[in-house]
Write a protein that binds this ligand. Sequence first.
Ligand code: NAD
Ligand code: MG
Length: 398
Amino acid sequence: MSQRSVAVLGATGSVGEATLAVARNHPDRLRVSVLAAQGTRPARLAELAREFRPDRVIVASADRAAALGGELPDGVRLTCGDQALLDAVGTGDIDLVVTAIVGAAGLQPAAAALAAGADLALANKEAMVAAGPVLRRLAAASGSSILPIDSEHAAIHQALRAGRPEEVRRLVLTASGGPFLDRDPATLETATPAEATAHPTWNMGAKISVDSATLMNKGLELIEASYLFDVAGSRIDIVIHPQSLVHSIVEFRCGNGIAQISANDMQYPIQYALSYPERWSRPAGSASTHLTELLQAASRLEFRQVDRGLFPAPSLARAALARGGGAPAALNAANEIAVDAFLSGGVPFTAIVPVVAGVLERHDRQAGGGDPETVDEALAWDSWGRSHAREVLAPFGG
Ligand code: NAD
Ligand code: MG
C-alpha cells in the first residue's frame, strides 16, 4: 500500500481539522508533509506539527512565524509568506494538496499545485469560481486531478460514476437553506454576525457560514459545479433540503437519478477526495451510524424551492456564470468584501447581496472580453471586483 504525501493549506480551520482527522485515521496511506495556515492560532498549529511531524510549516507573515518559533519540534522547517506557500506546493514532491484556505487567496497555491502535477482536493470553492477554466486547463496540462471536497460536488462526483457525461440531463445541488431559511424577512436587517454564523446543520468557518445565510454559498457552488463538471448553469438546479443528508443528485436522460447520502460530517467528502479512486473504511466509532438509522432519525426528508425574492444570491451567480468573462471572479471578490464588512460590524446583513449586485451591474456596463485565460487575468478581475465593492459599500456604512 503506497503512502501519499499531502499538503494541508488552511490546516487549523474547519475543513483543515477534518482533513487531519482523516489523515489521523489513515496514517498508512497519508503522510502530512506540509501544514499551512494564516497563523492566527499558533498553539494549535504547533500542536498539529508535533502530532504529524510535517517537513514544513508555513504561516502568512514573519510576525506569525515569530509567534510560533520555538514551539515546533526539531526537523520541521518554518517559512512564511505567499511565496513560501507557492514554493512548498510547487516542488513536485507533494502528491496531493488540500486547499482549505478561505477566499480567492487560495487561487495561486491551487494553480501552483496543479502546475507541479499534484492532485488538488479542493474545498476552497472561491478559487474555482474566480478561475475555474484556468485551473482545469492547468490540471489537463499536467495530468493532475481536481477532486472536490465541497459536499455537494463530492456527491455529484460520486453520482456521475453511474453514467457517461453525455447521458447527464441535470445536476441538482441541495442546500440546507442556512440559519435564516424561516426567519421573518423583516428582521434580517438587524441580524448579527453571531446569528448568521449559527448554521443549523454544519459547523463551518465564519465566511462560508455567512454565505450559507445569504445563499451566496449555493450561488458559488453552482459556478463551481459548472466549471468542475462542464455542465452549463442552465442544467443545474438548486433545491432546499434542510436535513442536509442528500448531498446532491445527478439526473440522467433516462429519468433515473442518483442521489448521494451520508451523515453531515465533512470527513465523508474529504475522505472520498483523499482516497479516490479507492474507498477506505471509516474507523469504528467515528460517525459510524448506519444509513438506515440516519434516515430514520431524520424521519422525513424535505425538499423545497428557493424563494428567489428573499434569496436572490443564487440568481446573481447564475447570471454571472452566463455572462462569463470576469463576472464570476468579480462576483466572488465583491462578496468577500461585503461579508468581511458585515462580520466586522460595518454594514447590515441585508447589504451583502445588494453590494454584489451593484458590482455586477458595473461589470455588465463596462466589460467585454472573454473568460480569464491565466491566473493573473483572473486576479485582475478579483482586484477590480474588490475595489468596486468598496465603492458600492460606502453608502451602506462600509
Ligand atoms: P475556516 O475559517 O474555518 O479556516 C480557514 C483556514 O485557512 C484557517 O486555517 C486559516 O488560518 C487559513 N487561511 C485563511 N486565509 C489564509 C491565507 N491567506 N493563507 C494561508 N492560510 C489561510 O474556513 P473553512 O470553513 O474551513 O473553509 C475553508 C474553505 O473550504 C472555504 O473556501 C469554504 O468555502 C470551503 N468549504 C468549507 C466547508 C466547511 O464545512 N467548513 C464546506 C465546504 C467548503
Ligand atoms: Mg457545500
